[in-house]
Design a binder for this molecule. Sequence first.
Ligand code: PAF
Length: 311
Amino acid sequence: MDILRTVSEMQSYADAVHATGKTVGLVPTMGALHGGHLSLMDLALNHADRVVASIFVNPTQFGPGEDFEEYPRDLEGDADKLRERGVDVVFAPAADEMYPHNDHPTRPAPLAWVEVEEFDNVLCGKYREGHFRGVTTVVTKLFNACKPDVAVFGQKDAQQLAILKRMVDELLFDVEIVSAPIIREPDGLAMSSRNAYLNERHREQATVLYDAIQEAESAIRGGEQDANRVVRAMRDALDNAPDARVQYADVVNAGTLTSVETLDRGEDVLAAVAVYFGDTRLIDNVHVRVPAVSSTDAVSADSERAGSAGA
Ligand code: PAF
């Protein structure tokens, strides 16, 4: 497995793969790889002939006061995991490869940005100003450097995934976006590089995120169509953790990310939470299709059928 450091090396590799009629799959990451990332690699290996994992802690998606400097970095350990998994190439560029024309070593201020408007007015976007603009900009650069036919992103970052899908559609990128399911620890906590920041007490309490989204899922599947009640159910679950500071608990349309008051039958919705434990911010979500028929309708239809059968 090669580790490539420059955009031109990376582009030459992708060109060589394409020249043999084979496809390139890309898994963009910021490193500190865990089981969730490795499941994305497996999916990419199933969708493409050659797989590139990029490792780049992207400065433009961290706001002031966020954890850019502290973000865990372990290129050697990551490379071992990727080699073992069967990944073909690691693309690990330095900041000035990804942000040319910028003198600042850690905080580039590029003039060229890629942005999907409106999709960042809700959920994480509401609280992390400029974050998704940093993501769409760097993913565009990664697409230009790695020339993938397929790119894999996790459903854990559901807002990021929806924004990137919209970017690819609107800007006519010739890249297939594959979404990968959330991978969880045995107690339900979604795997995340930031889980490593949690102390023992917070780690124990952090399972409330999963409890909250499970409450949302069962309420929606049970026929609840009032988004406020679903949000209340999530908040009640989060209240069980004494140290949790809830940033948001919300239900939005899964495709457009617009807020919903009433959940329409057959609508795909996303119930999502963001919670701080100390300085560590954790997110989780569940994608649910609102049942076409509510459970109460189903029960009354059954009893009507039973009634008419007896008549
Ligand atoms: O999901 C991530 O790890 C990052 O946002 C991404 C997509 C690698 C862009 O930096």
